[in-house]
Design a protein around this ligand. Structure first.
Ligand code: KMH
Ligand code: ZN
Length: 279
C-alpha cells in the first residue's frame, strides 16, 4: 500500500483555551507542537495562528514567527490557512501566501473553492475571491490544498484547473462533519472520493467525534489523513486529547495495523509534487 501522509492541524481558528488547555497558541507553542507532531509521524502541518489574546489572526508577522518556529525545529511541510476565521476579509486571509519572505515562506496553502454554512456562520468564498487566491498561489509558488466542505467544491476546483489557475495533479482535503456542511458518513466520503479527478491526491478530515472513523476510512480507501486539535479536541468521549502528537500517534498505530506505511517528509513531498525542500 502507498504511504499515508499525516497532516496535523494544530490549532485552527475556532477552538479556545477554555475548551482545552492543550491548544498551542503562541508561535513558540506552535513550533513545539509541530515538532512533537512531526516526531510522531506527521509530515504536513496545517497552520493557523492567534494573537497573544488567543484570537484568530492572519497577520503576516505572526504567521512568519510561527513558520520560523516550526522550521527551527523540524523540516515538516508547512501549509498555511487562507480560510482564517469566519468574517475575515479575503485580503486579510491571503496574507500568509503573499507576505511571508525567506524561510518563512510556506510550502502549501489551503484553498476553499466555494461557500457553505459553518456552524452558526457562513464561510464565504465567492468565485472572484477563490480565483484571486488561486492566482496568488500560482504566483508565489505555493501548492494549494483544496478544502472541500460540499461536493460542488470539487467541480469548482476542476473548472479552475481547466482554466489554468490550478496546477494538476490537484490535492484535496475532504472535510467531513462541519455542522452546516457535508456530514461525516462513509457514503458521503465515498461519493466525494469517487467525484475527484482520477489523478488527484486526497486527504480526509473528520470533525469532532468523526475524526477517528474518518481517519480509518481514509487509511482503508488509500487516502491520506488529517488529525489534530483544530478538528477535534477529544481523544475519546469525555477525555481531552493532551496534545496534537497524541492524535497523530493514534493514526500511526492505525496505519500500521492497516498496512499503510507512514510517509516521511521526503515521501510526502514526492507524493504531493513539492520540491525536495523549500529554500
Ligand atoms: N476556520 C474555518 C472558517 C482553512 O483553514 O482553510 C476555515 C478553515 C479552512 O479552517
Ligand atoms: Zn484550517
Amino acid at each position: 500500500m502507498d504511504p499515508v501522509i499525516i497532516t496535523a492541524a494544530l490549532v485552527g481558528a475556532e477552538v479556545t483555551r477554555e475548551q482545552t488547555p492543550y491548544l498551542p497558541l503562541t508561535p513558540r507553542e506552535i513550533g513545539l507542537a509541530a515538532a512533537e507532531a512531526a516526531a510522531a509521524g506527521a509530515s504536513v502541518i496545517h497552520l493557523h495562528v492567534r494573537t497573544p489574546e488567543g484570537e484568530p489572526t492572519q497577520a503576516a508577522a505572526v504567521f512568519s514567527a510561527a513558520v520560523l518556529a516550526i522550521r527551527e525545529r523540524t523540516d515538516v511541510i508547512v501549509q498555511v490557512s487562507t480560510g482564517g476565521a469566519i468574517g475575515m476579509t479575503a485580503q486579510e486571509r491571503l496574507q500568509p501566501v503573499t507576505c511571508l519572505a525567506g524561510r518563512a515562506r510556506p510550502d502549501m496553502a489551503s484553498l476553499t473553492t466555494g461557500s457553505c454554512n459553518f456552524a452558526d456562520g457562513v464561510f464565504l468564498n465567492p468565485p472572484p475571491d477563490v480565483e484571486a487566491f488561486a492566482r496568488a498561489m500560482l504566483q508565489f509558488d505555493v501548492k494549494p490544498e483544496i478544502e472541500v466542505f460540499e461536493a460542488g467544491m470539487i467541480e469548482n476546483a476542476v473548472r479552475l484547473a481547466r482554466r489554468g489557475l490550478l496546477a494538476e495533479p490537484l490535492h484535496f482535503n475532504l472535510v467531513m462533519g462541519v455542522p452546516g456542511a457535508v456530514p461525516a458518513t462513509p457514503k458521503q466520503l465515498l461519493h466525494l472520493v469517487e467525484t475527484l479527478p482520477a489523478n488527484a491526491t486526497w486527504t480526509v478530515s473528520g470533525i469532532g467525534r468523526s475524526q477517528l472513523s474518518m481517519s480509518v476510512l481514509g487509511l482503508v480507501l488509500g487516502g491520506h489523513v488529517r488529525t489534530g486539535l483544530e478538528d477535534n479536541i477529544f481523544y475519546r468521549k469525555g477525555e481531552l486529547a493532551v496534545s496534537n502528537a497524541q492524535l497523530v500517534e493514534r493514526v500511526v498505530r492505525l496505519a500500521r495495523e492497516l498496512d499503510r506505511p507512514v510517509a516521511t517528509v521526503a515521501e510526502a513531498r514526492a507524493i504531493l509534487g513539492l520540491p525536495a525542500a523549500r529554500p
